[in-house]
Design a protein around this ligand. Structure first.
Ligand code: SF4
Length: 372
């Protein structure tokens, strides 16, 4: 996996992921030139990265965003995108962009009868669990996740047999059938608070071993955490040594570096970090720091969060270090969304067994109850 160096001029130096140009596999409708030009300007301004997402690229994707937005209106579709999706999706066509916790609530509360989830498979499944009567479309059926694909319902059943009566908390990055075997679901915004509130002196936590260790540290002396051995292949790339080396380099030239990390990183990284939080919280904290002049920031997470900070910060911000791109998250492109909106293939429609939905929903409802 490629670590991509960042800096304030990331776009100019092509050090962030390149803009995904249309592959030509799905031909959008033909729009008048003035409409394309107007849409290209809207995209150019919203994305705000003039070298990587220049007017030529914005013009080439405009027919796609125009037709997608038109179809959304005609078919009354609510389009949800995770923060790690590319900027053309985030700023071009999404109605709601955030991290998994906020998006699971957005899917639940959306008045539309059809939801299109631009992200990896488990998130679209989560939308179906919280809104079983809605049609949930997932444009990229092959977009998986190393965490959700690394654990099965049978693995959880085995753990429950080995530790009878111990509550099981699962990270939201799991399939519907894994959620169905757990007592409560958690996200990167609420995992510490929820695990703390579970009854007893033990908790089984699946599947992220790094988050599990973080919970164990937080609950030291009050609860034992039984941890499954999964990991996010993106956040596992970062190490405490790399962070220390960046901090030393910056300190030697008098730069006060603020390190912001996602809790899917290992303990060494979290120990060296000034702030730990979900992608949404990392973004807010980076922008808050920039607003008070503390703008030399290292964001330890997937590249999408850095893209959003670069696009949305109203203040000068200097992103240092590197980000890592998730190959699963970046599978979805505008053309896949357009095709799924026009006429979805059967595998682009999320179908889950009713019994599994019922049991998985309990673990999500428990999360909403304990988190709020
Ligand atoms: S970033 Fe990690 S946790 Fe998120 S989808 Fe990619 S592999 Fe899964």
């Amino acid at each position: 996996m490629k670590a991509i160096p960042l800096n304030r001029e990331a776009g100019k130096h092509m050090q962030m992921p390149t803009a995904p140009l249309p592959k030509g596999a799905v031909k959008p409708k033909i729009f008048p030139e003035e409409e394309i030009e107007e849409e290209a300007k809207r995209l150019f301004e919203a994305i705000g990265q003039s070298s990587r997402w220049n007017m030529r690229i914005c013009r080439s994707i405009s027919p796609l965003t125009l037709e997608i937005n038109q179809l959304k209106k005609e078919k009354d579709v609510f389009l949800i995108a995770h923060s790690y999706q590319t900027p053309d999706i985030v700023y071009g066509v999404a109605d709601s962009v955030s991290d998994s916790y906020t998006l699971s609530k957005a899917a639940r509360d959306a008045p539309q009868e059809t939801i299109l989830f631009s992200s990896v498979r488990f998130m679209a499944e989560t939308a179906k669990i919280v809104s079983p009567h809605k049609l949930v479309l997932h444009p990229s059926p092959d977009a998986g996740c190393s965490l959700s694909d690394g654990i099965s319902a049978e693995d959880v059943i085995k753990l429950k047999k080995k530790y009878p009566g111990v509550p099981v908390a699962c990270y939201i990055n799991t399939t519907a059938s894994v959620k169905a075997e757990c007592d409560v679901c958690v996200t990167s915004s609420n995992y510490l608070r929820i695990c703390e509130r579970l009854p007893g002196d033990k908790v089984i936590f699946v599947p992220d071993r790094f988050m599990g260790k973080h919970i164990q540290k937080h609950l030291e002396g009050s609860k034992e955490v039984i941890i499954f051995d999964g990991e996010c292949e993106v956040h596992a790339e970062f190490t405490g040594e790399k962070v220390i080396s960046w901090k030393e380099r910056m300190s030697s030239i008098g730069v006060d570096l603020q390190v912001l990390a996602h809790p899917e990183c290992d303990a060494g990284v979290l120990e060296e970090s000034d702030f730990v939080g979900s992608s949404e919280l990392l973004m807010k904290e980076a922008m808050r720091l920039a607003s008070v002049g503390s703008n030399n920031i290292m964001l330890i997470t997937e590249c999408g969060t850095a893209e959003r900070v670069l696009a949305e910060s109203e203040h000068e911000i200097n992103l240092l270090g590197s980000c890592v791109m998730c190959r699963h998250m970046k599978r979805t492109q505008l053309e896949d969304i357009l095709q799924a909106l026009r006429e979805p293939e059967p595998e682009q429609i999320i179908e889950i067994d009713e019994g599994i939905i019922h049991r998985a929903r309990k673990s999500l409802s428990e999360m909403f109850r304990l988190a709020e």
